[in-house]
Design a protein around this ligand. Structure first.
Ligand SMILES: [Zn+2]
Length: 432
């Protein structure tokens, strides 16, 4: 009898210990004393704190009314500014290393280095729109981005280039084994140097992609092709329109079908800017993320020569119109998502996203519009808004901490204090 009692006491004692351990408050991280722009509001929530659990946002709380769990890890942000992690809706990973392309650079290591570079500049998610090495799918599916300090990766895989509707169906079906997040095509005759994809072919690509539940992004150059893509129910116009002003008819089509655009203004810049040594080669914020060899190569006369000629002239001259069309679409209510086309040679990942946002500001968008474009809109446009794009309960705690208010001037984003992905700090953040 005595023995049974002792056993009961022991069991009760063990149950108490186990129940006390049910909540591990160390899984909670609270970021205190910050000014939050959550991706939705028109103003900043000052003197606030964000409670996270296992990398997910639980709530944003008023510091005056703190109801924090005891024992949580507290990180004091010392009155700095917090905005959602920046999302590049049109980048590329693993295509190049410096100016080198081809299979020698198609490595997992190179892809991870590039995702780390994006993250160090505050770009916490990248949608890579095409021509990544296939190993990138494996990285997308099997990486803990938060603990490795890497930008989250979404991707389309090989850019499809079928020449008949039958080929289109086959190519899309073949790609589906990799579960691409997007399908990517180019509708572009290379300024008259090659045949352009016909409308019946891209219509078949779009239809087959949609049957598989995957949206389509189209590289285009001119208004006519952008119109064709929208008419055929494409889901993203992946560059600006560069041949003539957008028409009311086109704007209305974009609005009716709720299609977004990624302007990639820095892509145009990258086609001609290296003909001479660009001013940004002296920008410390740029230099912190680039290898000296690449800089040297880009100032060699025979390399500079590659950035002259017909295409260079065309895109340089088209840039003012590309900006004007971006603003016309934006003013009409079309969602412009931050997209740079960074990743190919001399399109510098991380730095070009900041340059793009500064070009958007110079073109006439205000900081809150640009931040919306780089966070909430980019997430919505790329179908990532269930988990990303705003600082709201249930979403990943991906955010950047800035020393000055980015709502005053988008250039303040360069003054990065820290970057968090899934509430984990990214190492070696690059700051001006
Ligand atoms: Zn691209």
């Amino acid at each position: 009898m005595k023995f049974v009692n002792m056993l009961t006491v022991l069991l009760l004692f063990m149950m108490i210990i186990i129940s006390c351990r049910g909540v591990n408050y160390e899984d909670y991280v609270i970021f205190t004393n910050a000014n939050f722009w959550d991706g939705h509001s028109l103003t900043i929530l000052s003197n606030s704190a964000m409670l996270t659990h296992n990398g997910i946002i639980i709530d944003i709380l008023d510091m005056n009314d703190p109801d924090f769990p005891d024992g949580a890890v507290v990180i004091d942000l010392e009155n700095r500014f917090v905005v959602p992690g920046l999302i590049n809706a049109h980048g590329h990973v693993g295509m190049a290393k410096g100016l080198v392309t081809g299979s020698s650079v198609h490595t997992a290591e190179n892809i991870k280095e590039q995702l780390a570079l994006y993250a160090r500049y505050g770009i916490t998610t990248v949608v890579s729109l095409g021509d990544e090495p296939l190993i990138a799918f494996d990285i997308r599916d099997n990486t803990d981005f938060a603990s490795e300090g890497l930008a989250r990766l979404y991707m389309s895989g090989p850019v499809l280039n079928p020449s008949t509707p039958e080929e289109a169906v086959n190519e899309v079906s073949g790609l589906m084994q990799y579960s691409p997040d997007w399908v990517k095509i180019r509708v572009d005759d290379g300024l008259g140097t090659r045949e352009k994809m016909h409308s019946d072919v891209y219509a078949a690509v779009i239809e087959t992609s949609h049957k598989n539940g995957v949206p389509l992004a189209a590289h285009i150059v001119n208004l006519e092709d952008a119109k064709g893509i929208v008419e055929s129910n494409g889901d993203l116009i992946a560059h600006s329109i560069r041949d003539r002003p957008v028409t009311r008819e086109f704007i209305n089509m974009m609005l009716d079908k709720d299609i977004c655009i990624t302007p990639t203004l820095t892509r145009e810049v990258s086609v001609y800017i290296y003909a001479e040594r660009p001013a940004f080669f002296d920008d410390p914020f740029f230099l912190a993320g680039v290898s000296p060899e690449v800089l040297e190569q880009l100032t060699e006369p025979d390399v500079q020569q590659r950035y002259t000629g017909r295409a260079a002239d065309y895109f340089r001259e088209a840039l003012p119109l590309a900006k004007a069309n971006m603003i016309a679409l934006h003013n009409a209510g079309v969602r412009v998502a931050l997209g740079t086309d960074s990743g190919p040679p001399a399109r510098f990942q991380g730095y070009f996203e900041h340059m793009e946002m500064e070009m958007m500001q110079n073109a006439g968008m205000n900081p809150i519009e640009i931040l919306t474009s780089a966070t909430r809109y980019a997430a919505e446009c790329m179908n990532l808004d269930e988990n990303l794009g705003t600082l709201e309960p249930g979403k990943w705690a991906d955010f950047i901490v800035v020393n000055e208010n980015p709502l005053d001037d988008i250039q303040n984003l360069r003054n990065l204090h820290s970057v968090y992905i899934g509430a984990q700090a990214v190492p070696q953040v690059i700051s001006q």
